[in-house]
Design a protein around this ligand. Structure first.
Ligand code: UT7
Length: 320
C-alpha cells in the first residue's frame, strides 16, 4: 500500500493587515519590511476565531475535494504551535469534535514551521503499515495570539491561516509519495522559541532573526540536495518547488542555490506572511486554485522551523 496526497484545501481569515498597520504603531517602514522580508500583508483571525475553527474550514474543503465524507476519515493529525488550549485537549481533538467524526484517533504535532511535513511523514507511515486509509492532516495557526506586537523585529513576519490535506491509501505507485525526510536539532533551540514554563514570561515568539536566517538557508538547501540525490531526482523532474514561506530573501537564496526556474518556485509570503505549519498547505492550495497544480505533478516541499526542525518531501499530487 502507498500513501498519496488526494486533496488540498485552505482557509484564510478576512482581515488583511498591511505593513501600514505596523508603521502606524512602531518605529518601522513599509520599505524596510518589504525589502527585508518581501511581506506586504498577512491575514489576521478574529478575536473569537480559534486555530481549530480555521482548521475545520480548510478540512471541509479538503475532504470534499477528495470525494469523501467526514465519516471516511480514520485519523486526524493537526500540526500547530498556536493550539486552542495549551497542553490539552489537542487542537486535533477539537477539530474532530467540530467535524463530527466518531471516536477516531486525533493528535497534534509540534514541529513549528516543519509541522506539515512531519504530519505528512506520520500519515505516510500509518498508511504504508495498513493501519489507516484516509488521514486528514492539517496545518493551522493563529500566530497573532503568540506574537509580541511590541517587538518590531518579529511581529510583522507572522500571519494566521490554515491548510489541510487528505492522505489516502492507493495501490498505484505512480501516485505515491516518493520520499520524506524529517530532522531536528535541539542544540539550536534558543534561536526560535516561546519562553519555557519556569520563566513566567508571556508565551510570545522570540527569535534571533539574523542567525536563524543564515542557518535556514544552509539547511534548506542541503536537505533538498540530499533527498533529491537519494531518490535520483533532478530539477527537471520537479514541477513545483514549494518551500516554507518565512521570508522572500530566504526563498530566493534557496531557490537560486538549487537552480530552480521561476516557473517552478511557489511564493505566497508577500500576501500571507509566515504562517508556520500552515504555510506549505496554504501555498499548495494557492497553486491548486490557480490551476497550476495538476493530477500527477511532482512537488518538492521543504521546511524549517523552531526546535530546530527541518524536513523535505517529494510527493505526487493525485487530486482531481
Ligand atoms: O519560520 C521559521 C524560520 N524563520 C525565519 O527563517 C526568519 C529568519 N529571519 C528573518 O527573516 C530576518 O532575519 C528578519 C526579517 C527577522 C530581519 O532581517 P535581517 O536582515 O536579518 O535584519 P537584522 O535583524 O540584522 O536587523 C537589521 C537592522 C537592525 O538595526 P541595526 O542594528 O543595523 O541598527 C534592526 O534593529 O534592522 C533593524 N530592524 C528594523 N528596522 C525597521 C529590525 N526590525 C526592524 C523593523 N523596522 N521592523
Amino acid at each position: 500500500m502507498y500513501a498519496t496526497i488526494k486533496s488540498i484545501g485552505a482557509y484564510v481569515p478576512d482581515e488583511i493587515r498591511t505593513n501600514q498597520w505596523f508603521v502606524d504603531r512602531m518605529d518601522t517602514s513599509d520599505e524596510w519590511i518589504t525589502k527585508r522580508t518581501g511581506i506586504s500583508s498577512r491575514r489576521i483571525a478574529k478575536k473569537d476565531q480559534l486555530t481549530s475553527d480555521m482548521g475545520v474550514n480548510a478540512s471541509l474543503i479538503a475532504i470534499q475535494r477528495a470525494g469523501l465524507s467526514v465519516d471516511d476519515i480514520d485519523l486526524i493529525i493537526c500540526a500547530t504551535i498556536s493550539p486552542d488550549y495549551y497542553c490539552m485537549p489537542s487542537t486535533a481533538c477539537i477539530i474532530a469534535q467540530k467535524l463530527g467524526t466518531k471516536d477516531i484517533m486525533a493528535m497534534d504535532i509540534s514541529a513549528a514551521c516543519t509541522g506539515f511535513v512531519y504530519a505528512l511523514s506520520v500519515a505516510k507511515a500509518f498508511i504504508e503499515s495498513n493501519m489507516k486509509k484516509n488521514i486528514l492532516i492539517i496545518g493551522s495557526e493563529k500566530l497573532s495570539s503568540i506574537v509580541d506586537y511590541t517587538d518590531r523585529t518579529t511581529c510583522m513576519l507572522f500571519g494566521d491561516g490554515a491548510g489541510a490535506s487528505v492522505i489516502s491509501a492507493t495501490t498505484d505507485k505512480n501516485e505515491a509519495i516518493v520520499d520524506i525526510q524529517c530532522s531536528s536539532d535541539g542544540n539550536l533551540k534558543d534561536l526560535l522559541l516561546t519562553p519555557n514554563i519556569l520563566s513566567g514570561e508571556k508565551q510570545f515568539i522570540q527569535m534571533k532573526g539574523n542567525e536563524t536566517f543564515k542557518i535556514a538557508v544552509k539547511t534548506l538547501v542541503r536537505d533538498v540536495q540530499e533527498i533529491m540525490q537519494k531518490n535520483g531526482i533532478t530539477n527537471e523532474d520537479i514541477d513545483l518547488f514549494i518551500p516554507h514561506q518565512a521570508n522572500y530573501r530566504i526563498l530566493k537564496a534557496v531557490g537560486d542555490a538549487l537552480k530552480f526556474e521561476d516557473k517552478q518556485k511557489v511564493v505566497t509570503v508577500h500576501k500571507y506572511g509566515n504562517t508556520s505549519s500552515a504555510s506549505i498547505p496554504m501555498a499548495i492550495n494557492d497553486v491548486y486554485e490557480s490551476g497550476k497544480l495538476k493530477y500527477g505533478d511532482t512537488i518538492l516541499l521543504d521546511a524549517f522551523g523552531g526546535g530546530l526542525t527541518w524536513g523535505s518531501a517529494i510527493v505526487k499530487f493525485s487530486g482531481k
